[in-house]
Design a protein around this ligand. Structure first.
Ligand code: F3S
Length: 755
């Protein structure tokens, strides 16, 4: 199940040449991030310097990981590519669809029954196409990846924003949308804007109550939730070397909370120790042989201000433990100052739950540090005031922690051990102590604490901290508790103080597991039948999209002229609709229901030109589809901003929307429209947006001559018979026009496979 060592050795042997070439081209020493990026170019050896934050570059990732919620549509699309196997090693991890309620065994049983059809589909499609499958209960995607697949100097993409966790093992690992993952699975390049670089220099040593988590909680406070956008954060300095590999993973994991493209650390002894402890000494040996390429050139770290776009310095000797929140992970407060702040803001001081684990903080070190606090509570006869929940990151961690008595320590404190899965971290938490939307406080060692994230209650104030701080706060039951200075009253009425946490980096007896929960795919999957019940409401096999012909692009009706912001959430809402992520026709019933109609400023209320009635957007669109009429969506600036969700392009396409004409696009959404064989167009003259009227019909008069760098002409016929003719711009290159002509990018791949 582990990485192919020959592949890694091959990458390492090319790395020297590619790094040398890149250094020569840019004419200066290279950061680690640049070394990894330049050694993963789709075209092989570097031939030109890329401008950070400007140039779009094609890359060749080594690996792909998908979680169960996002994998559904990605794999349904991949099936359309007509390939016998994925082109790049890929794994699927069932972790998001398991609710935390009573405890691991019972909860897993419920999930295996309620989401059986999704798990069966993912298992069979993985088996057929050469994808490694991690069963429900096997663990959380990023922990499993760190334990099994991440390696120094590698590049991976994953259909989850915390894919960045693998930076803890020196990777460039990036969260992407399903459409990008499908491209790479199908053998295409992956495009990314060459990132900017933020350097974080760590000096000193963490000690006492301060942990790796506090490094990123501090960085989040400095950078804020947007400060890392479009950048790779590269950590370095003596302080970095002193952190464990899994601690580095925690720091990289929460790089997603500052919007960073990813975060990474140079290869060092902590990574070597982790690789050997997780049975990957062959990778450690190979990495040792090329270690100068797995970190920045020495001059970079000696004079970082010259080589990074932004530089942050943190002295770990002075770093204090933090709790960040509520409602945003960048609201950083040192422990000890939170009481005043909470009283000023009316945040409940009483803490109802302490939750430990998630992909962010469930390493052996994390569990031992938290357990050392929990054990003191039992030994010193302190009764925990809050409820405790534990989500181990993987079965390997859970099994090892159970063997070593760590879980028993938490259970002695009354903790519930939930499934090795996301659970409360993604709102999969049936929280029995809540009656309604009452105001309350929880502390957790997860990464995100947006409103409703953990339990769906907008009045739950969630604070993020290290596992050991979560344990201490939960034992005290108070947000204003400072374990470094405060005492607690025990059952004998004595004042007792918690000692500093003690952690063990790696299990002294080694990791152990009986059944890791991994299913290797068939060598030859050609006879495997992919399981999708035709009556399923959650899964639907896809049909190839048919090309939009010039004839079909005459007499096109206006579906909606969207006013103001129209994000991917407005186009394809999340929330309860997530259930239908694998069923295109069902999820299409949310298409554009969040977009504001420019004519009446209402959402989901547009005119059906065929009847004159005002109806919901999907209803109007289905009426046009039934009549064989294509439609156009008109929009404002930055249309499709938000996520890279491919559903926002697939749903309109499925329902018969032919074109989206806007003042400007969010680039990823524009590309997604192109991939689905649609027309993504912008007004040549922005003021033409005002010409569009509610009853308009559109004729794409010169679409037959669609060509790169050539404007298209659009005739707009108004209700009174008058006409306007306008020019519209596009950014299609010839291969993207081929996608349009074939009906979709996947149709092109399929044709190429067949011919
Ligand atoms: Fe899962 Fe939460 Fe991580 S949802 S993947 S545990 S961020």
């Amino acid at each position: 199940m582990a990485f192919d060592i020959d592949m890694i050795k091959g990458l390492y042997s090319n790395m020297a040449e590619r790094v040398d070439k890149a250094r020569e081209i840019v004419g200066r020493p290279l950061t680690l991030s640049e070394k990894i990026l330049y050694s993963h170019l789709w075209d092989g050896n570097p031939t030109k310097e890329f401008k950070r934050g400007k140039d779009y570059v094609d890359f060749a990732p080594d690996r792909i990981a998908c979680q169960d919620a996002t994998a559904q549509m990605a794999l349904l699309q991949f099936m359309q590519a007509g390939k016998p196997k994925v082109a790049v090693p890929t794994t699927v991890h069932c972790d998001h669809l398991i609710q935390a309620k009573s405890g691991a065994a019972a909860d897993l049983k419920v999930a295996n029954s309620t989401s059986a059809e999704v798990f069966d589909f993912l298992e069979s499609v993985s088996n057929k196409y050469g994808i490694g499958f991690w069963k429900p209960g096997a663990g959380i995607i990023h922990q499993v990846v760190l334990e099994n697949y991440a390696f120094p100097g590698g590049m991976m993409i994953g259909t989850d924003s915390h894919t960045v966790n693998a930076g803890g093992l020196g990777m460039v690992a990036i969260g992407v949308g399903g459409a990008d993952a499908v491209d790479v699975m199908a053998g295409m390049a992956w495009e990314l804007k060459f990132p900017k670089l933020i350097g974080v220099k760590l000096t000193g040593n963490i000690s006492g109550w301060t942990s790796s988590k506090d490094v990123i909680l501090k960085v989040a406070g400095i950078l804020t939730v947007k400060g890392g956008t479009g950048a790779i954060i590269e950590y370095f300095g003596d302080g970095a070397k002193n952190l464990s590999c899994t601690g580095k993973g925690t720091i990289c994991n929460m790089g997603a909370e500052v919007g960073a493209t990813t975060s990474t650390f140079g290869y060092d002894e902590s990574m070597e120790r982790y690789l050997r402890a997780t049975d990957r000494s062959d990778i450690a040996d190979a990495a040792n042989a090329v270690k100068e390429h797995l970190t920045a050139d020495p001059e970079v770290y000696a004079n970082p201000e010259k080589y990074f776009d932004e530089l942050i310095e943190i002295n770990l000797d002075e770093l204090r433990p933090h709790l960040n929140g509520p409602f945003t992970p960048d609201l950083a407060t040192p422990v000890g100052e939170l009481g005043v702040k909470a009283r000023e803001n009316g945040w409940p001081i009483k803490v109802d739950w302490g939750l430990i684990g998630s992909c962010t903080n469930s390493s052996y070190e994390d569990l031992t540090r938290a357990a050392s606090i929990a054990k003191q509570a039992v030994d010193k006869k302190i009764k925990a005031k809050s409820d405790f929940g534990i989500n181990p990151g993987s079965e390997q961690i859970r099994f090892t922690a159970e063997r070593d008595g760590l879980l028993q320590i938490f259970e002695n404190l009354g903790a519930t051990v939930f499934t090795n899965a996301c659970g409360p971290c993604i709102g999969q938490w049936d929280r029995s102590d809540l009656k309604g939307d009452e105001k309350n406080t929880i502390v957790h060692s997860f990464n995100r604490n947006f409103s409703k994230r953990a339990d769906g209650n907008p009045n739950t104030h969630a604070f993020v901290g290290s596992p050991e701080m979560v344990a201490a706060i939960a034992i005290s039951g108070r947000l204003d508790f400072n374990p470094m200075t405060d005492t607690l009253l025990n059952e004998n009425g004595e004042e007792v103080k918690l000692d500093e946490p003690l952690g063990i980096e790696l299990p002294p007896l080694g990791f152990d597991v009986e059944d890791a929960g991994y299913l290797a795919p068939n060598e030859d999957g050609s006879s495997v039948v992919v399981k999708v019940d035709p009556k399923s409401e959650r899964l639907q096999l896809l049909e190839p999209f048919t090309p939009l012909t010039p004839e079909s692009l005459q007499g096109v009706k206006l579906l909606i002229k969207a006013f103001g912001k129209c994000t991917t959430d407005h186009i394809s809402m999340a929330g309860p609709w997530l259930r239908y992520r694998g069923h295109l026709d069902n999820i299409a019933n949310n298409t554009l229901i969040g977009a504001v109609n420019a004519y009446n400023k209402k959402t989901n209320f547009v005119k059906n030109q065929l009847t004159g009635e005002y109806v919901g957007v999907p209803d109007a669109q289905r009426a046009y589809k039934a009549a064989g009429i294509k439609t156009i969506v008109v929009g404002d600036h930055n249309y499709g901003e938000g996520s890279s969700r491919e559903h926002a392009a697939m749903q309109p396409r499925h329902l018969g929307v032919a074109a989206v004409l806007v003042k400007s696009f969010a680039r990823i959404h524009e590309t997604n429209l192109k991939k689905q064989g649609m027309l993504g167009l912008t007004f040549a003259n922005e003021a033409d947006y005002d010409l569009i009227q509610e009853d308009d019909t559109f004729n794409f008069v010169d679409i037959a001559a669609f060509a790169p760098d050539k404007q298209l002409t659009l005739e707009i016929v108004h209700k009174d018979g008058s006409k306007d003719t306008i020019k519209v711009n596009h950014t299609y290159n010839q291969s993207q026009i081929d996608w349009f002509n074939e009906g979709s990018a996947l149709n092109v791949i399929k044709r190429e496979n067949v011919s």
